[in-house]
Design a protein. Structure first.
Length: 58
């Protein structure tokens, strides 16, 4: 009975941190990644200019 105090000693308990609840709407939107955007106005204007110049040369 020499080790009587070992059974009454407070045991170490590991607790995992609680995870925050996830926003399911945000997770659904995250999967729908956007693609490439359209060309800006300057690029469209330059492309039309090149096309016009090319058609005039022929």
């Amino acid at each position: 009975m020499a080790n009587k105090t070992l059974n009454t000693r407070q045991k170490m308990v590991f607790q995992l941190p609680q995870q925050k609840p996830r926003n399911t709407a945000a997770l659904a939107l995250r999967g729908k990644r956007g693609g490439a955007h359209g060309k800006d106005n300057g690029a469209q204007r330059a492309a039309l200019k090149r096309l016009l110049k090319h058609s005039e040369d022929q």
